[in-house]
Design a binder for this molecule. Structure first.
Ligand code: BEZ
Length: 393
């Protein structure tokens, strides 16, 4: 018996008792689904955590506050993007708050610890950002799903673009943790396959933003171009520093799209013209994106970014599962089966999940113009992470 089923025995009894007094047809609506949102609300990734929360809640609000006929009850933890606190934070949500599903998080290192709690306790988990390749690779699990990307995916798209643009010798710079290292690996795989060479890899500790020594080294190396992975507040600071050092004019800068998503305004123009690759862009023409964007802007008084989309789609995935969990008991096996088969009508474009539970999705080339990451072209169509080492049990 799955955890949800076991744990829901008590709730089933309560629901059956309640059914005796609630008129027929409304008993199901009295059921709740407990959602544990474990996201960063402070630190360099705070804006990302907020956008994911906004997107998730937007979808739930569009469904009248329920998913699959169940009222959504939130339990929220600020994970501070701190891996050392992750096990305790996730355990509290599972054991103290008894959540049915963990939704989180942004930082790959935190997500790796969180997913261990999910696997050990058989709690359903939906990752609305963290790209740690392992989570849909060697550590893949039936109860772990992702609405976002693997670190490999957008960076692989940029490796191909950089080679097509004629670059041969590239230096990379990123924070030294799973997301940065795996983005560099994805970029390198595509770039070197196309004949380029990653000549030097530079790293600094997360979330350090003292970029000056690295900028000096990049200037001295005189390579063709630079590829970086940065996101959130650190990304805005990096691009401003790169521009202020005079490097933007002389050494083209590329990144996976986290560099410029949600950060262009804070860059104050320093990001203008940057080319990045990501599974979302401004200026997509699908109807779902149009509706999503106008509702998001009306509600939150700002444009959505990729993180808001990933939060929205995490809620869509959960709804697909809950629609299949008929009756008062949360049948986790039925939920997993339905989520695996779901086609998600995402603002990024519809997607399905791979066998490893990761989106198979288009990767767009975008160009920064004003505060937008304008769609340029499809860099990779229906790109599926190779999910190396995933053996779904
Ligand atoms: C990560 O840690 O996986 C991550 C953080 C921010 C943006 C993208 C990936």
């Amino acid at each position: 018996m799955g955890k949800a089923q076991g744990r829901n025995t008590f709730r089933t009894i309560v629901a059956l008792t309640a059914a005796a007094v609630i008129p027929l047809g409304t008993a199901h609506a009295a059921e709740k689904v407990k959602v544990g949102l474990m996201l960063p609300y402070t630190g360099t990734y705070a804006a990302l955590g907020n956008a994911i929360t906004n997107g998730f809640k937007q979808y739930v609000a569009e469904q009248g506050g329920t998913l699959g006929g169940r009222e959504v009850q939130y339990f929220v933890v600020d994970d501070e993007s701190d891996p050392s606190k992750a096990t305790e934070n996730a355990s509290k949500l599972v054991k103290r708050d008894d959540v049915d599903v963990l939704v989180g998080t942004v930082h790959s290192g935190v997500a790796l610890a969180m997913a261990k709690v999910a696997r050990d306790t058989k709690t359903l988990m939906i990752i609305p950002n963290a790209g740690a390749d392992e989570l849909t690779g060697p550590l893949c699990a039936p109860n772990v799903f992702r609405s976002s990307f693997t670190n490999w995916q957008p960076a692989y798209g940029m490796g191909k673009v950089a080679a097509e643009r004629g670059h041969k010798n590239i230096v990379t710079l990123t924070w030294k943790y799973a997301a940065g290292e795996q983005a560099v690996n994805g970029f390198k795989e595509a770039f070197e396959k196309a004949g380029g060479k990653v000549a030097k890899e530079l790293y600094l500790p997360f979330p350090n933003v003292e970029f000056q020594p690295y900028l000096t080294e990049i200037a001295n190396l005189k390579h063709d171009a630079v590829f970086v992975f940065f996101a959130g507040g650190g990304a805005a600071k990096f691009v401003k520093d790169y521009d202020a050092a005079g490097l933007k004019k002389s050494i083209p800068l590329y990144g996976s799209g986290f560099l410029t998503d949600g950060t262009l305004e804070a860059m104050g123009g320093a990001g203008e013209g940057l080319l990045t690759t990501l599974h979302y862009a401004d200026g997509l023409t699908n109807a779902k994106d149009k509706a999503f964007r106008s509702a998001y802007e009306a509600q939150y008084k700002m444009p959505p970014d990729v993180y808001a989309v990933q939060g929205y789609d995490a809620a869509q995935m959960l709804r697909a599962g809950l629609d299949a969990a008929k009756g008062p008991e949360l049948d986790q096996a039925a939920m997993i089966k339905a989520m695996e088969a779901a086609k998600i009508d995402s603002p990024r474009g519809a997607f399905t999940l791979s066998k490893a539970h990761n989106p198979v999705q288009d990767i767009y080339l975008r160009e920064a113009a004003g505060n937008q990451n304008k769609f340029v072209s499809v860099a990779e169509r229906a790109l599926e992470d190779p999910a190396r080492g995933c053996r779904m049990k």
